[in-house]
Design a protein. Structure first.
Length: 470
């Protein structure tokens, strides 16, 4: 122990002498600022500005927690330092890593239900057949690394192409979750204030004409309390090939886009409200929502998803959308032809309902939220942001509304869960997850009837999810 202690002290003294000499020769007089003196302007402006990518690309590490643990003695500390020195020496001649590359999430452990539980797979098949589903894609998760998948039926009837684990579906209103996550990442970077007037970000005034003195905020858009509604003009302003025929700004300039109630007063579900949130994200970030979502979320998790299907890496495994009676509502070709404007903040047909993604990849996004903002070793959101998302404090009647998620105690098989549904052109989608158990499920179907439970959950999705919930 005496020898180790002397060695440790000698090395420390030598290090200090070398540092002092280097500083003296360099004439270094710079002072290190105290962190406590930094304010928001120091962090988010000038030389100290935080880049969004730099903020997001944070690898997850285990928290420091020495409470109740033995503190290592000097000998153990010295040994650890020696090991670090060896690693440093070994890496001196190595090729430098690309400092600009973000960490990639570890691949999940995936098990196909059909291969691991034949009885459960048969029960799922029976439900899918009973509801006349053309296709079903289901992914369940436990924690942040175990995933279970199930597929049924055809991704495309005309080509007799079966749905598989990688088949990508347009998930309708489940798209809103991805838009919200982009907004929250921008908020963490100081680019968006959830309680600021959206006019500040869009560059033009947005007001409910009946309440000119009340600003509309990003938080209101995510809680569906903005008073922005889905007018007939909004619904009809999308062309048959999915291009927007009227800009978001033009629509917001119409009194018909607003309800006759004060912004923030009460909940009223709004697709257009989420579209406006997407416009805010585009203008703030200076890039299209599709690009932004890939950079802030999809690429980090190593998943292939896009708000514009033509931008998917694999465009050969997209599901056609079928309504009841197997009627074709949107072919793969029609989905690939969907486009967008080059003008940022112009479109309002992507953010709220056009995300195209596989059930497994969507389940990884849910696992990230249920795991405090991280999955597969990569952190997307801080724990504070995740808590804010799940702070469901707005009454929506049958459920409580958080930020793009709904909460209802004992809503699903007696458990309190966060959930959301989606429906478009006959495609029915739903996710459910629990923060307590950290497990959840996402279900995507085509061709089934849009029957609902009393709380708004989709009957076919519930029936399938109940079988795998436990």
């Amino acid at each position: 122990m005496t020898y180790v202690l002397k060695t440790f002290i000698s090395r420390r003294l030598i290090s200090l002498i070398i540092i002092a000499c280097v500083l003296s020769l360099a004439g270094c007089t710079a002072e290190v600022p105290e962190l406590g003196h930094l304010d928001e302007s120091d962090v988010f402006s000038g030389e100290n500005a935080i880049d969004v990518k730099e903020h997001v690309f944070e690898e997850v590490t285990e928290p420091d927690d020495t409470d109740g643990l033995d503190v290592p003695d000097i000998a153990e500390d010295a040994a650890s330092e020696d090991e670090d020195d060896e690693v440093t020496q070994e890496n001196e001649d190595a090729e430098p890593d690309d400092a600009g590359s973000p960490p990639e999430a570890e691949p999940p452990v995936v098990a196909a239900i059909s291969e691991n539980d034949v009885e459960l797979s048969d029960m799922l098949d029976n439900i899918a057949s009973r509801f006349n589903c053309v296709a079903v894609s289901l992914a369940a998760f436990s924690g942040d690394s175990e995933f279970f998948t199930y597929q049924f039926g055809y991704a495309d009837i005309s080509g007799q192409r079966l749905a598989d684990v990688d088949t990508k579906f347009r998930v309708a209103s489940l798209s809103k979750l991805a838009t919200m996550i982009c907004a929250m990442v921008l908020a963490e970077a100081g680019e968006i204030d959830l309680d600021e007037d959206i006019s500040v970000y869009l560059g033009y005034e947005v007001r409910n004409p009946s309440f000119q003195g009340v600003p509309i905020t990003p938080r209101m858009l995510m809680q569906h309390t903005s008073s922005i509604i889905d007018s007939d003009t909004f619904i009809s302003s999308r062309s048959s090939n999915e291009f927007t025929t009227m800009s978001t700004r033009d629509l917001l300039g119409r009194s018909s886009s607003f309800a006759g109630r004060e912004p923030g007063a009460r909940h009223s579900y709004s697709n257009f409200g989420t579209a406006v949130l997407g416009a805010v994200c585009e203008v703030v970030a200076g890039k299209p929502l599709d690009t932004l979502a890939r950079e802030l979320l999809f690429d980090l998790l190593g998943i292939d998803a896009a708000f514009l299907p033509k931008n998917l890496h694999d465009t050969g495994n997209i599901a056609a959308i079928y309504g009841e009676g197997r009627s074709l509502r949107r072919s793969v070709t029609a989905q690939l032809n969907a486009g967008s404007s080059d003008e940022l903040g112009h479109d309002h047909h992507l953010a709220q309902g056009n995300l195209t993604i596989s059930a497994l990849d969507y389940a990884r996004v849910l696992a990230m939220l249920s795991n405090g903002g991280a999955v597969g070793g990569v952190r997307i959101l801080s724990e504070d942001s995740v808590r804010e998302i799940h702070n469901a404090n707005v009454s929506a009647g049958a459920y409580m509304q958080g930020l793009a998620v709904r909460y209802q105690g004992s809503a699903f098989m007696g458990d309190g869960v966060y959930w959301h549904t989606g429906s478009m052109y006959g495609e029915l989608t739903q996710f459910i997850y629990s923060l307590e158990s950290r497990h959840g499920v996402v279900v995507i179907t085509t061709g089934a009837p849009n029957a609902r439970e009393s709380n708004g959950m989709i009957t076919v999705c519930n029936a399938l999810a109940e079988l795998v919930w436990r």
